[in-house]
Write a protein that binds this ligand. Structure first.
Ligand SMILES: *Cc1c(COP(=O)(O)O)cnc(C)c1O
Length: 311
């Protein structure tokens, strides 16, 4: 699939007595179906970065992530598919000496050819500091560096066709939910959502934070979501109260929710991101956030590679 491409995935209606009770309509945008190996929001974030790497004749992709990072999985897959060497800097030096504790994500990334380098949490925290970047650029002159989660301006720009497609599929949507890790996806949605002064319904994009203490992300989301042309800003919120126990650790309530969703709609959610997004949506529903007639879209950002059983 060429970098420029973004296939139009289905916007699938979800029917349930609960939604009828609250008199709202709900759809799920199936971006878990958008690419065979670089699934969901990760494809949007990588496309323009891969293009830039090719254009500048770089032969390696260098990036960062935790042991369960879908971005690490996506970058490893992209390297294999599009002919780049891949180098992953992984949080947690203790993993270096005990591969028996590696996640499915890390095992698969290595199988796809990614060379894994483990960093202590202290060093990992410096990964976007200027000094660290300079050292990295010197050490890897053929490397194209992609930040954690693929969240940079090129990453955010990859969401344009998705939002154009969504507006075409359901121009009258009122609420759009997405899961938030680094905030790149939310920023992309804000940047390219259509706003209209004549619309009777105000649109709002709701990002459900999956990490604890995510409030600091608002600055970066605001920066990355500013379009270069004058456009009326869309309303958006970052909901930080639905992150559960924190990253990569679904509690039993979320696991039950995952089962409920699968039973009700025959759609698989991932245990780190999309299940928390659905949880945030349901809690807001019970709080009475949505007016009658609201048209709610849940963005399925993929992440299904992470649920494969550990070997
Ligand atoms: C990475 C990821 C997210 C978070 O996206 P950000 O752009 O980092 O906020 C959400 N959902 C899934 C499935 C992901 O893999």
């Amino acid at each position: 699939m060429p970098f420029s491409e973004s296939i139009e995935t289905p916007l699938q209606p979800l029917e349930h007595a609960l939604f009828e009770h609250y008199k709202i309509q709900v759809w799920i945008k199936r971006d878990d179906l958008n690419h065979p190996t670089i699934q969901g929001n990760k494809w949007h974030k990588l496309r323009h970065n891969l293009e830039a790497a090719k254009k500048s004749n770089k032969t390696q992709l260098i990036t960062f992530g935790g042991a369960y990072s879908n971005h690490i999985a996506a970058t490893a897959a992209a390297g294999k598919m599009y002919g780049f060497e891949t180098i992953g800097f992984i949080r947690g030096e203790e993993l270096a000496t005990c591969p028996q504790h590696w996640s499915h994500t890390l095992i698969e990334a290595q199988k796809k050819g990614m060379s894994l380098n483990f960093l202590s949490r202290a060093v990992y925290r410096q990964k976007s500091d200027a000094e660290f970047m300079t050292r990295l650029e010197k050490a890897y002159p053929n490397g194209y560096i992609i930040p954690e989660g693929g969240t940079n301006l090129k990453g955010v720009k990859g969401f344009k066709p998705l939002m154009q497609n969504l507006e075409k599929q359901c121009p009258e949507w009122t609420h759009l939910f997405c899961a938030v890790g680094t905030g790149g996806t939310l920023a992309g949605m804000i940047r390219y959502a259509q706003t209209s002064k004549t619309a009777t319904n105000e649109k709002v994009i709701l990002g459900v934070a999956t990490l604890k203490n995510a409030d600091y992300l608002r600055t970066q989301i605001t920066e990355l979501s500013q379009p270069t042309f004058a456009k009326q800003a869309i309303n958006w919120q970052l909901l930080t109260q639905y992150c559960g126990d924190g990253y990569a650790k679904p509690d039993s309530k979320l696991l039950d929710l995952n089962t409920w969703f699968k039973t009700s709609f025959n759609i698989e959610l991932d245990p780190i991101y999309t299940v928390k997004m659905v949880n945030g949506f349901l809690q807001e529903l019970e709080k009475g956030t949505f007016p009658k007639g609201a048209k709610v879209i849940l963005y399925h950002s993929g992440g299904l590679q992470g649920i494969a059983p550990n070997c």
